[in-house]
Design a protein around this ligand. Structure first.
Ligand SMILES: [Zn+2]
Length: 231
């Protein structure tokens, strides 16, 4: 194999290595928790917190209602029991009973609102938990695929790098340096000659350039400066 062919193959290898590295970066970027999953989990956490809070408010309100009710029944039995005879005291007691009844009604309205809130939050938690489970299962499946892909790419990269090492050990240092420098300057360092033209800049090459290329010499295109390879 001529040195120029080796350099051409080195370029192919470098392109493949670059592609694999980019693919690996992309895979690694996607590994880990997804934003949607994090958002869904924190939303669910907030809903559960809200449920705990409203459930506590419901229990408090129930307790208050119980307290008002027992006070009311005590007062009612006193009021209608016939033990209190003083009219002024009776009027005062009637007013107190009226106030307690109004307070009770208000508490009952409040508790209805709280119960509706608890119920809708419970439903939301149920739905969102389901949604979260689906999201998480999809994510887990995706992660497994990504992880397999990561392993495959890594092993492919290791193979490519091994081949690269073997190939470069077989190319003279100054030629290797020329390839590296041309690559830095031009991106694509080695270009094929097709139908007598440099494929880098499309210029028609001279007969002597073609002859030297045919002999397997390393020659550069006099126009674009790339390494010419007659495949
Ligand atoms: Zn050229």
């Amino acid at each position: 194999m001529t040195v120029v062919k080796k350099i051409y193959e080195l370029q192919q290898l470098d392109l493949e290595i670059q592609e694999e590295r980019e693919a690996l970066e992309e895979v690694e970027r996607q590994l880990g928790e997804s934003e949607a999953l994090v958002r869904a989990r924190s939303g669910l956490g907030a809903e559960k917190e809200h449920l705990a809070e409203t459930s506590k408010r419901q229990r408090d309100a129930e307790w208050e209602i119980e307290e008002i009710s027992s006070k009311l029944s005590q007062m009612s039995s006193k009021l209608y029991g016939g033990t209190v005879k003083n009219p002024k005291e009776l009027v005062g007691m009637e007013q107190d009973v009226g106030l307690l009844k109004a307070g009770l009604r208000q508490k009952e309205d409040t508790i209805l609102d709280i119960m509706a809130d608890v119920e809708s939050t419970q439903k939301k938690i149920k739905d969102d938990t389901e949604h979260f489970r689906i999201l998480e299962a999809d994510w887990r499946k995706g992660q497994e695929i990504l992880s397999v892909r990561q392993t495959v790419i890594k092993s492919r990269l290791a193979d490519l790098e091994r081949s690269r090492e073997e190939l470069t050990s077989d190319i003279p240092a100054d030629n290797l340096e020329l390839y590296k420098m041309t690559r830095v300057r031009k991106g694509q360092a080695v270009v094929k000659i097709e139908q007598g033209r440099c494929q880098g800049c499309r210029i028609t090459l001279s007969t002597s350039e073609l002859q030297r290329a045919r002999a397997g010499n390393i020659i550069l295109c006099s126009t674009c400066g790339r390494i010419l390879y007659l495949g």
